[in-house]
Every structure is written in C-alpha cells, then in structure tokens.
Design a protein around this ligand. Structure first.
Ligand SMILES: Cc1cc2nc3c(=O)[nH]c(=O)nc-3n(C[C@H](O)[C@H](O)[C@H](O)COP(=O)(O)OP(=O)(O)OC[C@H]3O[C@@H](n4cnc5c(N)ncnc54)[C@H](O)[C@@H]3O)c2cc1C
Length: 306
C-alpha cells in the first residue's frame, strides 16, 4: 500500500484549487470504493482530498415544482430513509435498501456511487430512469450533464481534470407515476448486482395508457443503459400483459452482458426479461394508485439467487 498525504477541503474553491495544482490527488467522499482500490494497489495517489467537511454538499431539497436536489455527500442510508425520497422517488429509496449492509450505507455517498461509474452501481438505474442531471464545477466554471451522458464506461466519467460533482437534479415526477427497482444478486444485498432494473412509468390517467416510460438496465453493459426500444413499444399503448411481455423481450436484445463469476451472459439476459416485466407491472400498479407500503417495496426490490 502506498503512503499518501491526507488533506481535508473546507470549501469548494479550495478543493478545486488543490485538484488543479496536483493531478496525483484523488478526491474521496465516503472512501468505501477508495479503500478497496488503495488496498489492492490499484490506486496509488500522492494525496487524498476529502470533501466530506465541505458545508452544504449533503443537502436534500424537494419541491413539487423543482423536483429533487441531492448533494453528492448524501449517503445511501439517507436515500433509503428520507420520507420525501420514499414518497416521490421510490425506486431510489428501494435501490438504497438493496445496497450493501447498513455500515457501508452510512458511509457510502450517492456522488461516490456515480463517480465510481460501476455498471453495477445500484443507484444508477433509478437515477437514470428518473432523468437525473449532474451539476459539475471545475476551474472553467459550472455545467449540467445528463447522468446518461456522464457515465462513459467502467470507472470512466465525463469529469474533466479538477472538476467535482456538486449536485444531482431530478425533475418532479408527473402525476400517475409509479416505479420499481429490483436487484438480482448472488447473496442478496451483500453482493453487487448480477442485474439491476429500474422502471418508471407515467400513465395518461386511470385508463392505463402509457404517457412516458423509462427503463434502465444495470450490470449488463459497460455502463447502465436505457432499454429504448422496449420503451418505444410501450409509449402511447394501453399497458396490458402482451405488450409488457414484448417490451421485456425487447429489453433482452438491448442488454450486452458478459460472462463472469456472478453469471453467464445468457443467464443475465433471462433475468433482464423477468425483471423488466416485473418492474413494469409493479410500476403500473403504483401509477394506477395502488398503495404499496415501503416495507413491501423493499421486499420486492431485492432478489437473491440462493
Ligand atoms: C463492502 C462493500 C459493499 C458494497 N456494496 C455495494 C452495493 O451493494 N452496491 C453498490 O452500488 N456499491 C457497493 N459498494 C461500492 C461503494 O460503496 C459505492 O460505490 C459508494 O457509493 C461509493 O461512495 P463513496 O462516497 O464511498 O465513494 P469514494 O470511495 O469516496 O469515491 C469513489 C470514487 O468517486 C470519486 N468521487 C467521490 N465523490 C466525488 C465528487 N463529488 N466529485 C467527483 N468525484 C468524486 C472518487 O474520487 C472515487 O474515484 C460496496 C463497497 C464495499 C466496500
């Protein structure tokens, strides 16, 4: 393990200035990914810059007009327990309940989950399905990037040198919306996902016609991806069993999984089909007004193989 200088930033300008001076400095938030990579010797920074003490980066703000604003230091545990997130962005809270154990959830941050850019990152399918945007600040100023465009590949993001993720913005969910995230993994929440699927459905009204739908697939491609052809089969349609089945099959065509120790590509495609169908059916029920207690949603959201 290499030795490094440890620095705590007190403000954003201080953090950006420090990163700009030394490209051997690595940012940490909860450090749960950092510690694993550092111990493995995969990351050998000259210095580690903690942003944990910068005030205001752990804020959660919601309004019906503006939607949700999340600071990058919001922990996975806060996503799980925040009543407004459970109410308005349930798939995000469900994803958080499937994430590691409580100790890790108390340290791990949403910003770290995004910037780590794992195709299996549990918050990513729900955030993408809700249309999240990333606000980034660096030496050249500020910009907004859709999360889908921010994730470039395993461990690769659109962050420029000395840039930081400082906020996530999610638009307000329209009326008659419902959502579910399901994680399929070898050992329930204590392992990363073999496949994770989030579906967010908005209906025209009580008649069951689909106004908008977003389906995001995790762990089946180099980045979390939208199942766009599945979505286009559903938009404008009455969401009955046949069309849901067709969409679930279309999603398997869009998935590009690999074989690894958690499952074969063929097995992963079969799970994509099952979970796309299941998340759509539950999301539709919720959009039609079915009241599903959060503890039931939590039980629906994690599926262990054993
Ligand atoms: C035992 C264990 C279990 C785990 N289980 C899961 C799981 O079930 N699901 C899952 O998705 N993940 C899991 N993880 C991975 C990890 O906990 C998450 O990815 C976590 O969200 C990372 O957040 P962090 O704050 O700890 O990130 P850190 O380790 O601090 O940082 C991660 C990366 O993001 C960068 N970074 C952090 N914040 C910013 C920022 N604001 N701006 C720019 N760059 C930034 C860092 O430089 C680093 O490259 C697990 C990890 C462990 C150790």
């Amino acid at each position: 393990m290499n030795r490094f200088e440890y620095v705590e930033a007190g403000t954003l300008p201080e953090a950006i200035a420090r990163l700009g001076q030394d490209d051997g400095t690595r940012v940490v938030a909860g450090a749960t990914d950092f510690l694993v990579r550092w111990r493995q010797g995969a990351w050998k920074p000259r210095a580690v810059l903690s942003i944990k003490r910068i005030p205001g980066l752990d804020q959660v703000d919601y309004s019906p007009a503006a939607g949700l604003s999340l600071g990058p230091l919001v922990t996975i545990r806060a996503l799980e327990l925040h009543p407004l997130i459970q109410q308005h962005y349930p798939a995000l809270s469900q994803a958080a309940t499937t994430f590691a154990g409580v100790q890790i959830r108390n340290l791990a941050t949403v910003g770290g989950n995004i910037c780590n850019a794992s195709p299996a990152g549990d918050t990513l399918p729900a955030l993408i399905a809700y249309g999240a945007e990333c606000r980034l600040i660096g030496p050249d100023g500020e910009r907004l990037v859709p999360l889908e465009g921010f994730l470039l590949g395993p461990g690769r993001t659109a962050l420029r040198p000395a840039e930081l993720l400082v906020e996530l913005r999610l638009p307000p969910p329209p009326p008659h919306s419902g959502a579910l995230y399901v994680k399929h993994s070898p050992r329930s929440a204590m392992d990363i996902s073999t496949v994770g699927v989030a579906s967010v459905v908005t209906l025209e009204g009580g008649d069951g016609v689909c106004r908008e739908v977003r389906i995001a697939l995790g762990a089946v491609a180099p980045t979390v991806l939208r199942a766009r052809s599945a979505e286009s089969l559903l938009r404008g349609q009455r969401l009955e069993a046949g069309v849901i089945q067709q969409a679930a099959r279309a999603a398997t065509e869009e998935a590009r999984p690999i074989d690894d120790i958690r499952g074969t590509a063929r097995h992963r495609k079969a799970i994509v089909e099952a979970l796309t169908g299941r998340t759509l059916r539950s999301a539709i029920q919720m959009a039609q007004g079915a009241s599903v207690p959060f503890r039931t949603q939590r039980a629906l959201a994690v599926e262990a193989m054993l």
